[in-house]
Design a protein around this ligand. Structure first.
Ligand code: GAL
Length: 852
């Protein structure tokens, strides 16, 4: 009896505890749904600004700051893909550690008060090796990627379920009180699905129902998928998405990838996207009814290890994003977008209440008005013309609209923001060189601080194997390494017809890429590279008797985009022939018996990660010779700024710091000469190759080494140099935020958006004039000098400002007085302050200040 009573009491307590738990969860859990206008969180429609940060492209040590800078920039949501190849490098062997600690990343976003959009894919594209698929997937019997194929669907479902279960277990969905408000399945399948025929349709239907069956409690989206089945939200990706409409009137207009710049490829110039155009695209989207927009990328980061996609994606994935590769703010991009976000948020009540009423204000001129019954009103005025600025009349007031710009009027009267008028200062960033300080070195001779191991030319490993004919590379290496040796022995009698006098011949090689080195009898005879096709004719000398032809084929990132990208292949697939230089006969080598070796001997001995007694440190150090492993030790560059390694002097290879792969380097890959512009006109439609810089220069010489991978001294740098170079020329740099601020604000600029308060949307009437505001980047700094100030018609850009024909003589002294000694200052841009230097002209105030 007593026991039974105790049991009842215990049950009661259990019940109470359970109830408390339910109440706690219910209190924090959010109900996420959507309707025609927006995502709806706990019954309230939301205007959301999102930005992509891919967690493995930075380190966990960097995440908190990146997330904080995103929040400060006005983001509500962090978007990331999930990287299957990183999480399941071998089938059923999972990795959620370090840079792949997805749970930690999502929790950090939550801690900062941000939502998360989890794009599981698991195909992600993303300029990631093989589009994010682990390469073992290719070897699953009977598999066909991204179509109605049972083995593929089984694997896709298994991994997607794994991720959803992990998120659920950690209570990370909004429905459980976590930050994830949205998940994505597949990625841009609609761009290429016609190539997959009728099976595409059933695959997409299956993907949708598989995802839904996982019961996350939050909505799912599919991007670039016009036929996304209900209730999946089909979303838009592109440089502009204002013309996009979802496939149902019950779905909100959402933009999952607004490309903030573009990715860099080895051999390509660097793309950049002017912020005036990026802001224009965003404002146009919200003007035309959008309520969710994501910057792809907000922080691009680095393709460490061999994660970069391809072919030929660079190690840097900077993307010209608002936060640069190293985690520093890119100004004024970051600041101008922050202002834009504030202006959009000032319109939120009106935006979520209704569809816009769109009217024409003239040719290429458009007004969109969001007016609610309760009386709030927000308007967007656009000039989509690419040439002429315009003055428009709206509600009886006149507004100046530069070409290709949008003005945002949160009260339908006053301009809070114009996309082409920047109120944020330019702050430069620069690399400061630091010499590679050898650790504990005594001789002072730099070469002696290095040790080396020569990688054998040709076959050197026990697991080499023979096969007749030429093998495709990915099928052979399973991408365990970038390197595959194709080796052939030939007996030359001396009377062969393909030989010219002196045993000369031409070796003809065709390869699918991306790099080939040809060694004849142990000597480098020629090399070439290409994205998907290499064709080489190398004059060679053979000897009577035994000859070896050793071809080293190197991949530089596996393809990540396009229909059947998994099948494009790589490596030397032929023909390979020996022909006479004089055009005589030729013999086919492709069909011969080749010896194959996957990877390098030094990989097997673990040179990158474990110590070896084989390192040779006696001088001279061999340089400018192919296939050498190098090692040195160094002190961390002083300070706390992000660190880069400058590979100038080396050729191409892959490197490790303290055993961490910092990725491929290739400073000798030179960008083409065409297409660069000094100043790119932001007006008019942007395309990936519209604004390019760095033509004719190495695509990438500086490579990020995360600070957290360094100790103060005794750091080990190992590189495998494949081409031949001089590692002693390697240097380090730190990336610093500059101390110069530059800004030009005209009399037609709107006042700073901060003069609007979000609680009352009434503009402070005392502050209706434009203001030039400056703020030193660091809290320890003050403005110490004004290098330039001119109110009038100043010319030039930051660093080269000059006075125009009109200049107020008070400019410098007034700005000095307002700013010197302060961390931040505001100067009204008006004749009230500066007097009238020239009537009838719209004047600007340009200032260059420096902080210390
Ligand atoms: C999109 C794709 C992204 C990324 C982007 C280009 O098509 O969805 O994953 O590859 O292009 O950076």
């Amino acid at each position: 009896m007593e026991i039974a009573a105790k049991m009842v009491k215990l049950r009661k307590m259990e019940m109470i505890l359970l109830l408390i738990l339910v109440i706690v969860v219910a209190a924090t859990a959010a109900n996420v749904t959507y309707d025609h206008r927006a995502l709806v969180i706990d019954g309230k429609r939301k205007v959301l600004i999102s930005g992509s940060i891919h967690y493995p492209r930075s380190t966990p040590e960097m995440w908190p700051e990146l997330i904080q800078k995103s929040k400060d920039g006005g983001l509500d949501v962090i978007e990331t893909y999930v990287f299957w190849s990183g999480h399941e490098p071998e089938k059923n062997k999972y990795n959620f550690e370090g840079r792949y600690d997805l749970v930690k990343f999502v929790k950090l976003a939550a801690k900062a008060g941000l939502y998360v959009h989890l794009r599981i894919g698991p195909y992600v594209c993303a300029e990631w090796n093989y589009g994010g698929f682990p390469v073992w997937l290719h070897f699953v019997p009977g598999i066909k990627f991204r179509t109605d194929n049972e083995p593929f669907k089984e694997e896709m479902q298994r991994f997607t379920t794994k991720i959803v279960d992990l998120m659920k277990q950690e209570k990370l969905y909004a429905s459980q009180g976590g930050p994830i408000i949205l998940s994505q399945i597949e990625n841009e399948y609609g761009n290429i699905d016609s190539a997959y025929g009728a099976a595409a349709k059933s695959y997409i239907k299956w993907s949708a129902s598989m995802a839904l069956s996982l019961d996350t409690g939050v909505p799912w989206n599919m991007c670039q998928q016009a036929d996304a089945p209900d209730p999946m939200i089909n979303t838009c990706n592109g440089f502009y998405c204002d013309q996009f409409t979802p496939n149902s009137n019950n779905k909100p207009k959402m933009w999952t990838e607004n490309w903030s710049g573009w990715f860099l490829g080895f051999g390509d110039p660097s793309p950049y996207r002017p912020v005036e155009d990026l802001a224009f695209a965003v404002a146009r989207f919200y003007q035309r009814g959008g309520t969710f927009q994501n910057y792809y990328m907000y922080h691009g980061g680095t393709n460490f290890d061999r994660t970069s996609g391809g072919p030929l994606i660079s190690t840097s994935y900077d993307y010209d994003a608002p936060i640069d590769e190293y985690g520093l703010l890119r100004q004024p991009k970051w600041g101008h977008l922050r202002d834009l976000h504030k202006a959009i948020k000032l319109c939120e009540d009106a935006l979520i209440s209704t569809d816009p009423t769109i009217t024409s204000l003239g040719s290429n001129l458009e007004a969109a008005v969001y007016k609610t019954e309760s009386g709030s009103c927000a308007a967007f005025l656009a000039n989509v013309g690419t040439k002429s600025d315009a003055t428009v009349t709206f509600n009886g007031k006149s507004y100046n609209l530069p070409a290709w710009s949008v003005s945002i009027l949160p009260d339908c009267k006053n301009v809070a923001f114009n996309t082409a008028k920047i109120n944020s200062a330019t702050v430069s960033t620069a690399f400061a060189r630091q010499s590679l300080k050898p650790d504990g070195g005594s001789s002072g001779e730099l070469g002696s601080q290095w040790s080396y191991i020569k990688e054998p030319i040709g076959i050197s490993k026990a697991d080499a194997f023979l096969k007749p004919g030429l093998l495709e590379q990915i099928n052979t290496t399973a991408d365990k390494s970038d390197y595959l040796w194709y080796s052939l022995r030939m007996d030359i009698k001396g009377d062969e017809t393909f030989l010219d006098e002196g045993s000369k011949a031409v070796l003809h090689i065709e390869s699918l890429g991306q790099v080939v080195y040809a060694f004849i009898n142990g000597k480098l005879a020629g090399s070439g590279h290409g994205k998907q096709k290499i064709s080489l004719d190398i004059p060679i000398n053979l000897v009577t008797g035994k000859n070896t032809i050793d071809l080293l084929s190197v991949t530089v990132g596996l393809a990540n985009y396009g229909a059947f990208f998994d099948l494009v292949g790589a490596g030397i697939t032929g023909p390979v022939t020996l022909k006479s230089a004089k055009g005589g006969s030729s013999i086919d080598l492709a069909s011969q018996q080749w010896t194959y070796q996957v990877g390098l001997k030094g990989d097997d001995t673990g040179l990158a990660t474990v110590d070896s007694s084989e390192w040779v440190s006696k001088s001279p150090l061999p340089t400018k010779q192919p296939l050498i492993w190098y090692k040195t030790t160094f002190d961390a560059p002083s300070g706390s700024e992000p660190v880069a390694i400058d590979y100038t002097g080396t050729g191409k290879g892959i490197a490790w710091v303290n055993g961490q792969s910092i990725g491929r380097y290739w400073p000798t890959s030179i960008a083409g000469n065409g297409g660069c512009t000094d100043s790119c006109d932001y007006r008019g439609s942007y395309r990936a190759n519209k604004c390019l810089k760095n033509c004719g220069k190495p695509s990438q010489t500086l490579y990020h080494v995360p600070r957290s991978w360094l100790k103060p001294s005794g750091n080990i740098l190992v590189l495998f140099e494949e081409m031949g170079g001089d590692p002693t020329q390697i240097s380090f740099a730190t990336k610093q935020t500059g101390s110069n601020l530059c800004l030009t604000v005209s009399q037609s600029h709107p006042p700073p958006v901060d003069t609007w308060t979000s609680d009352s949307k009434i503009l402070n009437r005392n502050r209706t004039r434009p203001v030039l505001s400056l703020k030193c980047p660091f809290s320890t700094q003050v403005i110490s000098s004004i290098k330039f100030a001119s109110f009038g018609t100043p010319k030039g850009t930051c660093g080269s400002f000059t006075q125009g024909h009109c200049n107020s003589s008070r400019s410098l002294s007034l700005v000095q007085k307002a700013c010197i000694g302060l961390r931040s200052c505001n100067v009204e841009v008006s004749t009230r302050v500066f007097g009238e230097p020239c009537r009838g002209v719209v004047k600007s105030l340009a200032v260059e200040a420096s902080c210390s």
